[in-house]
Design a binder for this molecule. Structure first.
Ligand code: 4AD
Length: 428
């Protein structure tokens, strides 16, 4: 269909005075001598003036959110509150909407969150909601572009797997013919095998599944994981790649969407590279100065992270976590095996990414499995890759929805998830 985007008309960039626009009839008002339609497409809204009686009859009973195309003339110098108008000379009804709508697009009071998620196809018609996913797209584009420039190969690992990677209990079982299998919690084991295979630098963007039973504003049961793994690298090397990848992602968002974000009062934080680094043990010292005693080996609570976040500001790394808090594949510090070559990237009190140098010695790996109460024979397909030439390696994984939630300061990760999967939600 030949059509002009409303955004181009609003910006005075339409080609010619006669145009065809297509979209949703957001509002229809029948006045004495004219019918006004607020027409919306993916780029904006304008007012359609319908004066011809035949056309008015055709649209008078049209339900809101019906899909139409309108051909007409752009009104020069409109005083319309929407900034542009067209006088219709033909209207084509492409698909009628049912009435009443389950929720409105421009209702002054927003529907509750559950209703919004149940009717996501309407919810996302609101520009400020759709913008979240445009930000996500640009962010990922910026990260992908950066990684590609750094020589990374994009890979796709299986999502139906035989073993846990990130924790024994949080697995969704799948009946796989005669066998029991699981939905993958992370591409961790496969990206490491690819280091042994010599791919050198890989990244993957794909779904990760966690059967965490609790519903929180920061957790999903299915999220999009952006993962990298790098050969002949340690945790410091991949922290450098991470901060630059985030920086490039934010730059891409600003380049693509800067003006539109401002118009919707959305802001992206600055990413000043390098991000500050603080060790886990320094965090404990900082907290103890506030009279809060955390024993070595204990995880930091949300409240404690809030205090640290207030002190550290935006992006910062917490490094050198205790071994007891990190998965089996995490490399212990060679000088002090009770701590690890690991890190979390934080934004204020919130975790965006976790990463580490990995164990590459198969003997040490088997010990680490046993120390975590896991049976190495269950991971034979993985350990095997370590026995025949595994280079030292490091990597990280970040939750894309978590990142966007944090950067746009959204109250709930579900706002940054098209169709969230949580403890109670598998539909739509
Ligand atoms: O900290 P996690 O579990 O680490 C891994 O998956 C490692 N294999 C990564 C690595 O390469 N070392 O998850 C990594 C990130 C978290 O920082 C968080 O952003 C996100 O994935 N994440 C979740 N996002 C939404 N819902 C959940 N349930 C998440 N669990 C983790």
């Amino acid at each position: 269909m030949q059509r002009t985007y409303i955004g181009d008309i609003l910006r005075g960039r339409a080609n010619g005075r006669e145009v065809t626009v297509a979209g949703w009839a957001q509002d229809i008002r029948n006045l004495k001598n004219v019918t006004f339609i607020v027409l919306r497409d993916s780029t904006g809204r304008l007012q359609v003036n319908v004066k011809d009686q035949k056309l008015r009859d055709a649209v008078s009973d049209l339900a809101r959110e019906s899909v139409i195309s309108v051909s007409g003339a752009i009104v020069e110098e409109p005083k319309s509150r929407l900034g542009a108008e067209i006088d219709a000379y033909s209207i084509n009804i492409l698909n009628r909407s049912d009435a009443p709508l389950p929720m409105g697009v421009d209702d002054p009071v927003e529907a509750d969150f559950e209703t919004r998620l149940n009717n996501r196809f309407i919810d996302l018609r609101k520009p400020e909601k759709a913008m979240i996913f445009r930000v996500e797209s640009s962010m990922l584009w910026g990260i992908r572009k950066f990684l590609k420039e750094q020589g990374f190969v994009e890979v796709h690992s299986p999502k139906i797997v035989a073993a846990a990677t990130e924790g024994g209990a949080e697995l969704f079982p799948v009946q796989y013919f005669e066998k029991k299998a699981y939905l993958n919690q992370s591409p961790q084991l496969y990206k490491e095998i690819l280091m042994s295979a010599g791919l050198d630098r890989v990244f993957e963007v794909g779904p990760a599944f966690r059967a965490e039973e609790h519903n929180t504003p920061r957790h999903l049961n299915e999220f999009t994981s952006v993962d990298i793994e790098v050969s002949f690298a340690d945790h410091e090397d991949v922290m450098g790649i991470l901060e630059n990848a985030i920086g490039q992602g934010i730059k891409q968002v600003k380049e693509d969407l800067g003006g539109e974000l401002e118009a919707l009062s959305l802001r992206m934080p600055e990413a000043r590279v390098p991000f500050p680094r603080i060790t886990y043990e320094r965090c404990l010292e900082e907290l103890s100065r506030d009279g809060i005693n955390v024993n070595f080996g204990e995880d930091l609570s949300p409240e404690q992270l809030r205090l640290l976040g207030d002190r550290m500001g935006g992006f910062y790394f917490i490094t050198k976590w205790p071994s007891s808090l990190r998965p089996f594949y995490t490399m212990p510090d060679p000088e002090r095996p009770e701590i690890t070559n690991s890190f979390d990237l934080q934004f204020r009190e919130k975790e965006i990414t976790s990463g580490a140098q990995r164990v590459h010695d198969p003997k040490m790996l088997e010990q680490r499995f046993r120390a975590k109460g896991l049976n190495p024979t269950d991971f034979e397909f993985y350990i095997k890759a370590f026995r025949y030439g595994m280079p030292p390696h490091a990597g990280w994984g970040l939750g894309l929805e978590r990142l966007v939630m944090i950067l746009l300061d959204l109250p709930n990760i579900r706002e940054a998830t098209l169709f969230p999967r949580d403890r109670t939600r598998v539909v739509p």
